[in-house]
Design a protein around this ligand. Structure first.
Ligand code: HAS
Ligand code: CU
Length: 550
């Protein structure tokens, strides 16, 4: 049964909106940095006021990949819980607010250090690059803030279960809880490396740092991070999209199973980011590659479910033939177009991921700008376009308004401009990467080196794409403003939540058995990481002093 709630509670709405304000702000700052970067790389522009390229790139990565996404995820998940499980109680909501403020303080600390040029270490903060200690503490606080907010969310979830014993938990609430459990387990990695390695080292309490260990702990977190971004988008795909169409979702049980598979396989795969790193045995790299191929399965299940929804919908509207249903989709509804274009991007995005994960091919693309292309058509398109689609209904829903014609038109413009910009930019990045162009580099001509000549056209294309993206960001900001201003209405925009074809089938019990989920997750993590990490302690790896190369 669907929970009787149909609206996000008013007090919860304030908390959600506070998080969403950060999303808009971060998008503007991070997007501007992105535009400037592509202009620098084109070779036709130099940064003013002594701003460094790597300083800007750090800001871009931190503010978009970490700050913007985290605030969105916290806000969206709270809204999803409040909508499907019912209002948070005072304690749960207070945790949400404390988390919000801790994240805010952490963000300001890190951003200040980046602005002072004390932390140009990029968003992955690889050692031996050494930032100011306040930068690391700031990042740690951002994570701690999410822990606190997530604690409130988990309390809401388990309170629903206590109050509704034996019933199937609302799907969006369940998905939120799974994403949060994954988050708790994976952030242990980044928290440990920051606390026990980076902080003492940047304070000068210890002279050197074990780089292999720090990178491994980072990527133990870093791959699950990409699913922490993706799963809220999948929540919208599974549980919201069918309702936007006025159709039913394919299978509630399949959706839950795919989330459980993400929980199991998102964490023990981080070493696929270190396939060319020394200090990790080939066997463990191979094992984690196999596990990476397992984590592709729930995405394929998602693709299948979405095709099933779209095709069924189209056929119900009278479509015949193999692909006719495509034409019947609601091409004038901006919410749909935004997330559908996101899905289209995820087809090459996912394929690129499979290429990256394949040991031998990774040698070709690792550390080239191909990888930057890859993550712009994963987090930078499917994920963010779905976040935009969610903002379209959330913002008016929370503030008592409705999407009007102008907002819908802005949404459509946003979808197409973003697609154009991201399409051009990331295609150019993929092609340049295949020709060897490196990532994390300010240069465009490399002192006139012959090999760099064939990259230049692509770099100019990146700037063209980046400029369209910047226009899209301006449209996005206008859209957000449009959605939260103007007359309030009685017939408030809905937060669409779908029913499923198997809605009334009995619940599959084990997917909600949290002890079992934790045991299997921990077991896989231990198998994949115990030996490689132990070797990093026992094999006497020489430590590195800190470097400040900027
Ligand atoms: Fe990745 C590097 C492997 C998915 C993000 N990835 C990155 C980095 C980021 C990132 C940020 O194995 C760079 C980190 C850095 O700074 O160094 N990635 C994968 C694999 C997947 C994958 C196997 N990545 C993502 C997602 C991300 C993301 C999702 C963000 C949200 N990635 C790698 C590897 C590296 C890497 C290596 C390291 C490379 C290196 O050497 O440094 C898979 O999860 C992908 C599975 C997805 C699919 C697609 C399913 C398609 C769907 C859409 C269906 C469409 C419909 C509409 C229904 C198989 C669900 C169609 C309708 C029609 C009518 C056509
Ligand atoms: Cu990964």
């Amino acid at each position: 049964m669907l929970a009787p709630n149909t609206k996000v509670d008013k007090k919860d709405a304030k908390l959600v909106l506070a998080n969403m304000i950060w999303v808009a702000f971060a998008l503007l700052i991070g997007g501007t940095a992105g535009l400037l970067q592509t202009l620098v790389r084109s070779g036709h522009f130099e940064l003013p006021f002594g701003i460094g390229y790597y300083q800007l790139l750090t800001l871009h990565g931190v503010i978009l990949a970490l700050v913007m996404t985290f605030f969105f995820i916290m806000g969206f998940q709270i809204a999803a819980l409040s909508r499907t499980s019912g209002p948070l109680n005072k304690k749960e909501r207070t945790l949400g607010w404390i988390g919000f403020w801790v994240m805010t303080i952490g963000t300001l600390m890190s951003a200040t250090m980046i602005a002072l040029n004390e932390a140009s270490v990029l968003y992955t903060f690889y050692a031996p690059l050494q930032a100011h200690v306040i930068h690391y503490i700031g990042l740690a606080l951002v994570i701690v803030g999410t822990w606190i907010s997530v604690a409130g969310q988990m309390m809401r979830y388990f309170r629903w279960r206590r109050e509704n014993k034996g019933q199937k938990t609302p799907l969006l609430s369940y998905m939120t809880a799974v994403n949060n459990l994954m988050w708790y387990v994976c952030t242990i990695g980044v928290a440990s490396t920051v606390l026990f390695q980076f902080v003492p080292w940047s304070l000068g309490l210890v002279e050197t740092i074990n780089i292999t260990l720090s990178r491994t702990l980072f990527w133990y977190f870093g791959h699950a991070l990409v699913y922490f971004w993706l799963l809220p988008a999948y929540m919208v795909w599974y549980a919201v999209t069918p309702k936007i169409l006025g159709a039913k979702g394919f299978s509630d049980n399949l959706a839950r199973l795919s989330f459980v598979l993400f929980l199991f396989f998102s964490i023990p795969v981080g070493i696929h980011h270190q396939l060319v790193d020394p200090g990790i045995d080939a066997f463990w790299k191979g094992l984690q590659v196999v596990l990476t191929f397992m984590v592709i399965v729930p995405s394929l299940m998602t693709a299948f479910s979405m095709f099933a929804v779209f095709e069924t919908y189209g056929r119900n509207k009278g479509a015949t033939g193999l692909l006719d249903w495509f034409k019947k989709l609601p091409w004038t509804d901006a919410r749909f177009v935004l997330l559908f274009i996101g899905m289209l991007f995820f087809i090459p995005g996912g394929l690129g991921g499979i290429i990256n994960a394949s040991g031998q091919m990774n040698q070709l693309v690792h550390n080239t700008i191909w990888i930057v292309g890859h993550f712009h058509i994963t987090v930078g398109a499917p994920v963010i376009l779905t976040y935009f689609a969610a903002m379209m209904f959330l913002l008016p829903h929370l503030t008592g308004r409705k999407i009007d014609k102008i907002a819908n038109r802005l949404g459509l413009m946003l979808a197409y401009t973003w697609a154009l910009g991201m399409g051009i930019m990331s295609a150019a990045m993929h092609f340049a990467g295949l020709r060897g162009a490196p990532r994390r580099s300010t240069f465009s001509e490399y002192g006139g080196a012959e090999v760099a000549e064939e990259w230049i056209t692509y770099q100019v294309m990146q700037a063209v794409g980046g400029s369209f993206l910047f226009i899209a960001i301006i449209i996005a900001i206008l859209l957000f403003l449009k959605l939260v201003t103007g007359p309030k209405v009685n017939d408030v925009e809905e937060f669409p939540v779908a029913e499923f074809m198997d809605q009334y089938d009995p619940a599959v019990k084990w997917v909600d058995n949290w002890r079992l989920l934790i045991i299997i997750t921990a077991f896989l993590v231990l198998i994949a990481y115990t030996v490689p990490i132990t070797q990093m302690f026992t094999e006497n790896i020489p430590g590195a002093k800190g470097f400040k190369l900027w």
